[in-house]
Design a protein around this ligand. Structure first.
Ligand code: SF4
Length: 515
């Protein structure tokens, strides 16, 4: 018998290690030979720990959420034969939450051992890289451009254009840097890929390296992801042992080497120029642009910096073709986005879906509405510096341009839901506090403005806010928006202004006063 149990970080947090141990112990006490494969998570987090049993003929059935105390009863009821039990979920691939997705990046995650190179190759791994080497640099860049892929870290810049800039820069040394400093609240898709399918990211980085002429890559990983660190390093070691990294591959003259660099917990290091400073061993401070990192990046050399999801989208694009990718999505938002649902929702988890789906469908269709059963008050989309949107705006489609029309952002695809017990004035205060805490200190609007913003909102919350405080707050937000050097200071007003606009009563103001 083979049993699959996730060991990604969120599953571990709800006890998947203990469940795996309990399953092993129970099997051995019953003299049942059993193989446990630890996988990534499917991302149906309210069901974790999920225990999946292989029944032969590639058929699997799942049970969940399993607690240690229920393991004995699973054995008693014959779960190894796929028999019924109160935790029976059936074939998890048929679960509407999974079935209604379009998984390109996440197609393998949850099914197999993330560190089995054989199973990665069996499931289509390295087809993209082989094609890239066969096609040559300019065709690869053209294909990525045609796919319409845009940076999934938040900036949404066309990946093909970024790659082309670095490709065209003349230098004896170029770099690929993967931005894995996933620090937005409510985001976890990068982590899931790194823990659940590390070879995919490695392949994406190798393709990028080949395309632009870089032979060295770094994964800049946030220090709060110890398991991803372990798995990535193990995956790199496996690739090196198999002659895929550090050596010429597939009969070509291309070779690529890769290492993981651990950050030190600063949110601003997710900003690409601060990330480069940190990678060079300096304190992470934002660099003014130009020059662009694509031309003058790491140690002054041309550098492609892409997010985990961006790079992990590339193998699929090359193996299936740009046209197939671009046929998904809407307008200039092509392909799929792994949306991360969290907060006060019945069904939090990972939903990879083509652009164009409405936010309503995501929140109510997939997310199942609030977990508390109270009315939904707001969602925050795009991380801690994304705006708060009221329920009435949720008909808007997931589309970079459509969202920007209502001053919304897609960001890294994280959506956090709040019910009507949330106070948005407190959330606005939190945004300023977050900015004050994480500011790199280089420019005044952000460094000083965030603290003044906290003080103003505190005054307003205490009921001492007059018309003057409101005007000052608007003024301050305007300065931060227009005069900050990077997005941290420049976007902090988004949650503040949206909270004021849609929920003025939480601040003690009337609608007429804030408009
Ligand atoms: Fe640093 Fe804030 Fe200015 Fe960005 S906006 S450069 S984080 S001080």
């Amino acid at each position: 018998h083979t049993v699959y149990i996730s060991r990604d970080y969120s599953s571990l947090a709800v006890g998947s290690n203990d469940v795996a141990k309990a399953v092993e112990k129970e099997a051995s006490s019953r003299n049942i030979p059993l193989k446990i494969v630890r996988t990534g998570s499917y991302g149906l987090y309210w069901l974790e720990p999920v225990v999946e049993v292989e029944l032969g003929g590639n058929k699997r059935v799942a049970y969940g959420p399993v607690e240690v105390e229920q393991v004995q009863s699973l054995f008693d009821s014959g779960f190894l034969e796929g028999l019924d039990h109160p935790l029976y979920l059936g074939n998890i691939q048929e679960h509407p939450y999974l079935k209604n997705q379009k998984r390109l990046i996440f197609e393998r995650i949850g099914r197999n051992d993330p560190l089995s190179l054989d199973s990665y190759v069996e499931c289509g791994g390295f087809i993209g890289l082989r094609k890239a080497i066969e096609w040559g640099q300019s065709k690869v860049i053209d294909e990525v451009y045609k796919s319409g892929l845009r940076g999934r870290g938040g900036a949404a810049f066309p990946t093909g254009i970024k790659w082309k800039t670095t490709w065209q820069a003349t230098s004896s040394q170029k770099f690929i840097v993967c931005n894995a400093d996933e620090g937005d609240s409510g985001t976890f898709s990068d982590r899931m890929v790194m823990e659940g399918d590390p070879f995919l990211l490695i392949e994406g980085m190798m393709i990028a390296g080949f395309a632009v002429g870089a032979d060295k890559g770094y994964i800049y990983l946030r220090s709060e992801y110890p398991l991803a660190y372990e798995i990535l390093n193990e995956a790199i070691f496996i690739c090196k042992s198999a002659g895929l990294l550090g050596k010429r591959i597939f009969g070509s003259s291309f070779s690529f080497d890769l290492e993981v660099f651990l950050g030190a917990g600063a949110y601003v290091c997710g900003e690409e120029t601060a990330l480069l400073d940190s990678l060079e061993g300096k304190r992470g401070m934002v660099r003014p642009r130009p020059p662009l990192p694509a031309v003058k990046g790491l140690w002054g050399k041309p550098t492609v910096i892409n997010n985990v999801i961006t790079l992990s989208s590339v193998p699929w694009i090359l193996s299936h073709g740009a046209e197939a990718y671009a046929s998904l999505g809407v307008n200039r938002s092509k392909g799929t986005l792994p949306v991360q649902l969290s907060g006060n929702l019945q069904y939090p988890g990972l939903v990879e879906i083509p652009f164009g789906i409405s936010l309503k469908e995501l929140i109510y269709g997939f997310g199942g509405g609030t977990r508390s059963g109270r009315p939904l008050k707001a969602i925050q989309i795009g991380g801690p510096l994304g705006p708060y949107l009221p329920d009435s705006l949720l008909d808007i489609p997931l589309d970079y341009e459509e969202l920007s029309k209502i001053k919304g952002i897609v960001g890294h695809g994280g959506i956090v839901a709040f019910d009507d017990s949330a106070n948005l004035a407190h959330m606005a205060h939190y945004a300023m506090e977050f900015c004050a805490e994480e500011s790199c200190g280089k420019c005044t609007p952000c460094r000083i403005g965030s603290t003044r913003g906290m003080e103003l909102i505190e005054k307003i919350i205490m009921g001492k806010g007059s018309r003057r405080e409101l005007e000052l707050l608007f003024d301050l937000c305007d300065t931060m928006l227009n005069a900050s050097l990077c997005g941290l200071g420049g976007m902090t007003p988004f949650p503040v202004l949206s909270a004021l606009r849609y929920f003025p009563e939480d601040f003690g103001y009337s609608k007429a006063e804030v408009l």
